[in-house]
Design a protein around this ligand. Structure first.
Ligand SMILES: Nc1ncnc2c1ncn2[C@@H]1O[C@H](COP(=O)(O)OP(=O)(O)O)[C@@H](O)[C@H]1O
Ligand SMILES: N[C@@H](CCC(=O)OP(=O)(O)O)C(=O)O
Length: 382
């Protein structure tokens, strides 16, 4: 465990000087003990964000809480389990949630703009450009974007289900200087805080320090993903050059003020392609391509594209552009990539060289199954 060093406090000055911050708040911090939206908690967050705006900073808010806000009006006692009722609750609740934010920011003379995104909007090139343009314009106009996942229409394939990873991809989308993840816990612990013996982690965490931390796969009763998706969010943001603070909503003001609260995750990388981040951390794959040993070596050691000649099997019902797994002859995961053919087009191509395919099927059929720019390697955990 590390102590707080002068360096750590200097790091945190990045938050104070950040001109654009993405703030994500989870359902657990916006709801009362009955699991329903608690307006006073939402107002308290808006007070903090309005102060940041008054100090000259730009703020992008990623807010959960649509499903929670829909529980009361639909007469539901708890978060529904089935997707259709979650969609209905989100549809009813999202309007109420944004109405609350609109009124709360209006107290400070600030306007909000609702933006509902799906996974596709953050990664497919045309959608990405569209979302980037809209968000940039909102910020230029002095409006506070309030983002949530488009739960009412997002199907399982294009759904994150949690807003943690969405917030990290939004940080990339808007070129944020820092990401603040607000939850019902005050920091990262060595294990679920309810478990005996769990200790608070040091206030600064570098990527390599994350090994060995036990994160429960489930979150609170109203939240989704727990610490698992929060640490994935941290990985996406920090690998793309954006530092992250994880703390409780009650400590949001101190965190933005650079004080030593919560957990500060240092940025580990430079800005990288959003599609690669998404493939590595967030994509739901739609099928599998089985590679022979030579293709595994080529992909792993030489970083080549995947050609049909090195593939021996195909599984799943994917379409061109979908994410798929690349597995070795023994079934172990090697990489993930965006496939450039529909699943039913693939079997006749397998094992055949590009020149043979071009000669027998025509130009276009000599393209890669997965281009190397659309492929990320998956490291085996030791
Ligand atoms: N190692 C850990 N450190 C901190 N919290 C953890 C850890 N493992 C599991 N958790 C749980 O994760 C929960 C937060 O996740 P979640 O309920 O999804 O929050 P939110 O609604 O804010 O997204 C906490 O209530 C905590 O109990
Ligand atoms: N989009 C959903 C959020 C899903 C969710 O619960 O996320 P979180 O509380 O951030 O773990 C909603 O608004 O209800």
């Amino acid at each position: 465990m590390r102590g707080v060093t002068v360096d750590a406090l200097q790091d945190r000055q990045q938050l104070v000087s950040a001109s654009r911050v993405v703030v994500k708040i989870g359902s657990s911090s916006l709801t009362g003990p009955d699991g329903r939206l608690a307006p006073e908690r939402l107002n308290a967050l808006v007070d903090v964000l309005a102060a940041r705006r008054a100090a000259g900073g730009q703020v992008v808010l990623v807010s959960s809480g649509a499903i929670a806000a829909g529980l009361g009006p639909l007469g539901l006692a708890a978060r529904p389990r089935d997707l259709a009722t979650q969609q209905a609750a989100a549809s009813v609740g999202q309007g109420l949630l944004v109405a609350h934010y609109t009124a709360a920011f209006a107290r400070y003379g600030l306007q909000v703009g609702q933006v509902l995104l799906t996974a596709d909007d953050t990664v497919r090139r045309v959608h990405y450009r569209n979302a980037h343009r809209a968000l940039t314009r909102l910020l230029d106009l002095g409006i506070v974007p309030v983002i949530n996942e488009n739960d009412a229409v997002a199907t399982d394939e294009i759904r994150f289900g949690d807003n943690d990873r969405l917030a990290a991809l939004v940080s990339h989308l808007v070129h944020a200087d820092a990401l603040l993840l607000l939850s019902d816990v005050d920091s990262l612990y060595t294990g679920p805080p309810s478990r005996d013996g769990s200790r608070r982690i040091a206030s600064v965490v570098h990527a390599q320090d994350l090994e060995g931390i036990d994160v429960a796969s489930r979150g609170s009763a109203v939240g989704t993903g727990g610490m698992v998706t929060k640490l994935e969010s941290v990985a996406i943001a920090t690998q793309s050059g954006v530092p992250v603070v994880l703390t409780s909503a009650a400590q949001a003001a101190q965190a933005l003020d650079g004080q030593d609260v919560g957990t500060w995750f240092t940025a580990t990388g430079r800005r990288t392609s959003i599609r690669r981040l998404w493939l590595a951390h967030a994509a739901n794959t739609r099928g599998r391509l089985v590679l022979d040993a030579g293709a595994v070596r080529a992909v792993l050691e030489r970083g080549t594209s995947l050609l049909p000649a090195g593939v021996t099997g195909v599984e799943g019902a994917f379409e061109a552009g979908d994410p798929v797994e690349l597995v070795g002859p023994d079934g172990h995961l090697v990489a993930r990539g965006l496939v450039s053919y529909d699943a039913d087009e693939v079997p006749p191509l397998l094992g055949r060289s590009t020149s043979e395919l071009r000669a027998s099927l025509g130009p276009g059929y000599d393209r890669e199954l997965v281009h190397r720019d659309d492929l990320v390697l998956v490291r085996r955990r030791r």
